[in-house]
Each structure stands twice: as C-alpha cells, then as structure tokens.
Design a protein around this ligand. Sequence first.
Ligand code: DC
Length: 223
Amino acid sequence: MTAINIALDGPAAAGKSTIAKRVAAKLSMIYVDTGAMYRAITYHYLQNKSSFTDFKTLISNIQLELKYDEEKGQRVWLQNEDITEQLRENDVTENVSYVASIEEVRTFLVDYQQKLAKEKGIVMDGRDIGTTVLPNAELKVYMIASVEERAMRRLKDNEQRGIASTYEQLKKDIADRDAYDMNRAISPLKKAEDAIEIDTTGLTIEEVTNQIISLANEAIQNA
Ligand code: DC
C-alpha cells in the first residue's frame, strides 16, 4: 500500500473525480469521492422530507456504506441499497450545497472520511480535504478551471449519463454552487496554504494526471 494520502480539492466540475480515479489506479491507491457522501445524505434527506424533523435525527438513522467494485469503483450504499446512480440526479445536485453546509452533516462525514484515510493509500477528493479532513496529507492539490470549461465538461458528462441539461443552466448552477460552497461558515471551499494549485483549463486529462503522478512520486519518496 502506498504510504501517503493525496487530498484533491477544488470547485464544482473541475475534473477532480476523473483525475483522482486515474491517479489512484496508476498508484494502486483507493479513490474516495467525498462529494458522493454529501450527495447520499442529500438523497436521503429528499426521500424523507415528509417526515423530516432535523439533521441530527436524520443522521442518527442513516446507514451509509462505501463499497468498492473492481469494475465500477466506489459504490455508495444507503439503507442497504446501492444508490450510486441516483446521486447525480438534478434534485440532488440542486440541494447538496445546502445539506453540505449543515454542521451535523459535516461532523458525521469528516469523521467517517478521516477513519477511511487512517491506513494511508487514499486519494480523496472534495472541498475541504486539504484544510479540514486530512490537514497532514502528504500531497495536496487544488484544481481549478474556468467556469466555461467546467460547464462544457459537465454538459458532456451529463450527455453520457443521459441527464438532461443545457450549457447556460450548468454554467449558472456551477457558479452558484461555488459561491455557496466558498461562503459557508463551516469548512468553506478554500485552497489549503500548502496545496499546489493546478489550473486545468486547456489541459488534457492525461496532462493533469501525469502532473499529479509526478508530484505524488516525489511525496512517496519523501514519506
Ligand atoms: O464534488 P461534488 O459535486 O459531487 O460535490 C457535491 C457537493 O458536496 C458540493 O457542492 C459541495 C459538497 N462537498 C463538500 O462540501 N465537501 C466535500 N468534501 C465534498 C463535497
């Protein structure tokens, strides 16, 4: 097992999960998508809205599990059901920034994420990994890209998944979500002081992956 953890943060649709998956595969590390965990709680919240009282109760009844499938990668199970495919639906995306701003939700998930990373060998992507979840990660990368490029990438992604969307709407949603994530009170989206920033605008997936792999190899040697 690789003796380091990699924290990969950045705004919405910056390509973090695509890159994180490839870096993890090349270095025999495990990829953990923390956005999917916030999405899972959002899904649970939307499913239980009619009986919802407060987040503390919602969380105390939640059974959240990450499983790893050789072919499909990380799968998210909620109340004994694989809900991975539902996590990208529009109603989840529209509500996730709100749910992710709730203190009880963050405390619960940060604790879970820290436990997952204890044995090292994890590539974790999110918004607060370098600042809050893994402040001692051996490598921290902060990925950015222009909002236009991110909207275009998400549009292609949605087309492949069969999710209806338009470029203009995506651009607005991404900008709104960034503003919400950057301005929330608890663990806002922010570059950690010791993170290396990579602007991926105009770069290919291969170029970004290779940059991070060479940074990771350096970190592995220094570990
Ligand atoms: O990466 P994503 O689009 O799946 O993330 C969904 C939302 O979850 C995002 O708008 C902010 C929130 N999030 C967070 O607050 N902290 C994380 N570590 C990961 C995601």
